[in-house]
Ligand binder design. Structure first.
Ligand code: CP
Ligand code: NVA
Length: 264
């Protein structure tokens, strides 16, 4: 899938840590089409120390990981976007100096970003409310995984159809595009389904007075978020983008420790 932030920040992170990166676009690799995914993994492990992969099918990440002895890092799949959310929690921590007493609201599609946000909030014990229309929620197995983690953490987790309820008193208001990469044909239907889910000044007025607005980007201004909110002093969107770089360095260092020394 295409990328601005993830590709550039991983490439710079690798170079600033003393390594080098080779970008392989879909034309070169033909993941599962030109060559089977296990064979691609068995080749790459002979030459490189790690694979950062952005894929259409999450299953391909698992297959790469199962057939390569080197770390495989999820740079986004249709199911999860963990590097993004690690950077987002770093951003929240920087702004609030703590993750204590922070309540997050997510408004919009129950997509890869929403799933990773819910999973990580639960793991960190951060209360969360989400407004996602019926029919756009994560699959039942993922919902159960999220519910179970929040139950173990013992912090509130609310799912509603009403953005105002989700946002009430929230310290963070997070949204993402209504149409993710690969869903372009559903765009018109999705714009319809998400009417009333735009994060705008009116919705932000229901959050805490100093609430931050967050978005992983790219944004579709005028759809899931208004221009005013994107540009407001409450918007942390470019801090999130910057923190992708710092967090990707941390992910790489942790992952590569298992395969040998890394200069830092
Ligand atoms: N947020 C994010 O992952 O952006 P890119 O798709 O541009 O990498
Ligand atoms: N949900 C979006 C995130 C882009 C970073 C997508 O998958 O297209």
């Amino acid at each position: 899938k295409p990328s601005l932030r993830t590709r550039v920040t991983f490439q710079i992170a690798i170079e600033e840590l003393g390594g080098s990166a080779i970008y392989l676009g879909p034309q070169e690799v033909g993941l599962g089409e030109r060559e089977s995914v296990p064979d691609i993994a068995r080749n790459l492990e002979r030459w490189v120390d790690g694979i950062v992969a952005r894929v259409n099918r999450h299953e391909d990440l698992r297959t790469l990981a199962d057939h390569a002895s080197i770390p495989v890092i999820n740079a986004l799949s249709e199911r999860e976007h963990p590097g993004q959310i690690l950077a987002d929690f770093l951003t929240i921590y920087e702004r609030r100096r703590s993750l204590q007493n922070v309540k997050i609201a997510y408004v919009g599609d129950g997509n890869n970003v929403a799933v990773s946000l819910m999973l990580m909030a639960a793991k960190l014990g951060v209360p969360m409310s989400v407004a996602i229309p019926l029919g756009y929620r994560p699959d039942p197995a993922t919902e159960k995984r999220i519910d179970d983690l929040f139950r173990v953490a013992g912090v509130p987790f609310v799912v509603t159809n009403d953005p105002k309820i989700a946002v009430a008193g929230a310290d963070i208001v997070y949204t993402d595009t209504w149409t993710s990469m690969g869903q372009e044909e559903e765009a018109a239907q999705r714009r319809e389904a998400f009417q009333g889910y735009q994060v705008n000044d009116d919705l932000m007025s229901h959050a805490a007075p100093d609430a931050l607005f967050m978005h992983c980007l790219p944004a579709h201004r005028g759809e899931e978020v208004s221009d005013e909110v994107m540009a407001s002093p409450r918007s942390a969107i470019f801090d999130q983008a910057e923190n992708r770089l710092h967090v990707h360095k941390a992910i790489l260092l942790l992952a590569l420790q298992s395969v040998g020394p890394v200069s830092s």
